[in-house]
Design a protein around this ligand. Structure first.
Ligand code: GAR
Length: 204
């Protein structure tokens, strides 16, 4: 039987993409990564994908903005390009775009997102920094990371799995970020497997 097909969306370094690539090679991730999409040309994750022989798609928003086209048109065209790869699941691994709704409409229940904070806490692009500042103010003792189903609200939606990462005396932002990233690299693989197990097979 062929492996489930996964498309990974990134915007940056792609260390979580690398975890997926590595564990797919080790047969821990029960999926084939069929495409890596980036909205940023300089995203190092694109290099990681190319090195692994995975097809890439650079899909920037700027040309749409420059032409006066809408965010919905961008997401809708992106959804069509991704659909050609017949994915079972889309994994947002550091994808710094908020879907206007077109991706969710095209792949309902088939998009998951990694976020470096626990459910209901610190949404947005600075989850680790915001949690660290809250710890310094004495408001929290732990943060963590989660993978959740994507809905229209930012960094919200039913969690698939979470990992708590406690703060320890002497933690610096850099040291704590490294702990979160280490936890994320395990979580993204576990959660992708879990999400795929729960999906109904699609007819191709
Ligand atoms: C990860 O920490 C991920 O949780 C975060 O972007 C980073 C991507 O790292 N995503 C968000 O903040 C989403 N709101 P990577 O490019 O090295 O995989």
């Amino acid at each position: 039987m062929s492996q489930p097909r996964v498309v990974v969306l990134i915007s940056g370094d792609g260390s979580n993409l690398q975890a997926l690539i590595d564990e797919s090679r080790n047969n821990i991730l029960n999926a084939e990564i069929v495409l890596v999409v980036s909205n940023r040309k300089a995203a190092f994750g694109l290099e990681r994908a190319k090195n692994a022989g995975i097809q890439t798609l650079y899909f920037p928003l700027k040309p749409y903005r420059d032409a006066g086209r809408t965010r919905e048109e961008y997401d809708s065209d992106l959804a069509s390009s991704i659909a050609e790869f017949k994915p079972d699941l889309l994994v947002c691994a550091g994808w710094m775009h908020i879907d206007s709704g077109a991706l969710i409409a095209r792949f309902p229940g088939r998009i998951i997102n990694l976020h470096p904070a626990l459910p209901g806490e610190f949404p947005g692009a600075h989850g680790i920094e915001d949690a660290f500042a809250a710890w310094q103010r004495g408001e929290i003792l732990r943060s963590g990371c989660m993978v959740h189903h994507v809905i229209k609200d930012l960094d919200a939606g039913e969690p698939i799995a979470t990992k708590e990462v406690p703060f320890e005396m002497g933690d610096t932002l850099e040291g704590y970020s490294n702990k979160i990233h280490k936890a994320e690299h395990e979580l993204i693989v576990e959660s992708t497997n879990l999400a795929l197990e729960k999906l109904h097979p699609i007819n191709r």
